[in-house]
Design a binder for this molecule. Structure first.
Ligand code: ACO
Length: 343
């Protein structure tokens, strides 16, 4: 393994020598099967109108029976490597942020490593629910900044459909499956990650959780009968805290970078609910047309939602090189945070 990143002194990083880190490539993948609100109307007591008005979601993607989280992750990762113009052998570290790993262990990141053929890479998973990608970005950035690793693959990948109680109309209309990935590498200019801030509040763990199937409530007949292995969410309480925390996270990012909201070209938020996003945009006085929104097509894809939306906006030409992008995340834990990236 090449120990030190290019740009470091030959004998390694000097004390205090830190590299600027950029997003060198991005990719995403969603499964082919589309599940529309109309189809959900046939299964549960709901309506397209209720779902669209209360959430903004029109359809979501669902994995097929032979697809696992690692399959989505690998497809997004290959695209990100292609955009970064590097091969799997160039990857030093793989971080997969997910709430639905292929299995308890080994990590999904190890399975992704094998499927990619990234033989030199170290690999581990990270759990921070819907904020997982932002947490992964932060960890990956530290490795590149310190010169420890040159190319870090950060992936958010989820098969939320496998954690969903399809009889619970309060949650099953919200979630979808997908993956997004970025390659982090040293920057040779001032462009790159300008700030990252992470927060947690474990006292509110039970606002969104999957209570059963782990060590607290191990798998049993009761777990299956009571569907404790599926998502339980206190929706309206979560909603209010999400709006407040996302607004505060944005202000913290602006203060840290010395920017004003007018300096942000694109806001890429976690895609949970259109009403949350509109409320945050109103409070920040940020134009809604500069907010990247794709939850109408994919629903809430948890840790995949930010890299999926980012990849879509880069691919269709909305986000251009040099643009300043604000990522805002919120999710179970509770966890939340922000990142400012000059792309
Ligand atoms: N169809 C029809 N009616 C429904 C549905 C549905 N799919 N779901 C709920 N309802 C009903 C409820 O039963 C309730 O009826 P009642 O008054 O007779 O009891 C009524 O609609 C209102 O329910 P609320 O839960 O108060 O609806 P609300 O406007 O809060 O919307 C929602 C619910 C969409 C879940 C919203 O609260 C929300 O988006 N919360 C935040 C979610 C979030 O941000 N999660 C964070 C990330 S997730 C993660 O980390 C994994």
């Amino acid at each position: 393994m090449q120990r030190f990143a290019q740009g470091c002194p030959k004998d390694g990083p000097r004390k205090g020598f830190l590299l600027k880190v950029r997003i060198a490539g991005n990719g995403s993948y969603v499964p082919e099967t589309v599940l529309t609100n109309r189809e959900l109307e046939k299964r549960i007591e709901t309506s397209d109108q209720w779902i669209v008005e209360r959430t903004g979601i029109r359809e979501r993607r669902i994995v097929s029976s032979d697809e696992a989280t690692s399959d989505l992750a690998v497809k997004a990762a290959f695209e990100a490597l292609k955009r970064a113009a590097i091969s799997p052998e160039d990857v030093d570290l793989i971080i997969v942020a997910t709430s639905m790993p292929d299995m308890f262990f080994p990590s999904t990141a190890c399975i992704v490593q094998d499927k990619l053929g990234a033989k030199r890479a170290a690999a581990f998973d990270l759990s921070a629910a819907c904020s997982g990608f932002l947490y992964g970005l932060s960890v990956g950035e530290q490795y590149v900044r310190s010169g420890t690793y040159r190319n870090v693959l950060v992936i958010g990948a989820e098969t939320m459909s496998r954690l969903t109680d399809w009889d619970d109309r309060r949650t099953c209309v919200l979630f979808g499956d997908g993956a997004g990935a970025v390659v982090l590498s040293p920057s040779d200019s001032d462009r790159g990650i300008l700030s990252v801030h992470l927060h947690s509040d474990g006292a509110l763990f039970d606002l969104i959780c999957v209570p059963g199937g782990g060590s607290a409530i191990p798998p049993s007949e009761k777990v299956l009968l009571e569907k404790l292995n599926t998502i339980k969410m206190k929706g309206s309480e979560t909603f209010k805290i999400a709006v407040r925390n996302l607004e505060e996270a944005a202000h913290e990012a602006l203060r840290a970078t010395g920017m004003s909201i007018e300096d942000i070209d694109w806001l890429v938020p976690h895609q949970a609910n259109i009403r949350i996003l509109k409320a945050v945009a109103d409070r920040l006085k940020f134009p809604k047309e500069k907010m990247v929104i794709n939850l109408d097509k994919y629903g809430n894809t948890s840790a995949a939602s930010i890299p999926l939306a980012f990849d879509e906006a880069v691919s269709d030409g909305r986000i251009q090189e040099g643009d300043t992008v604000l990522f805002l995340a919120f999710g179970g834990g509770l966890t939340w945070g922000s990142a400012v990236v000059q792309y």
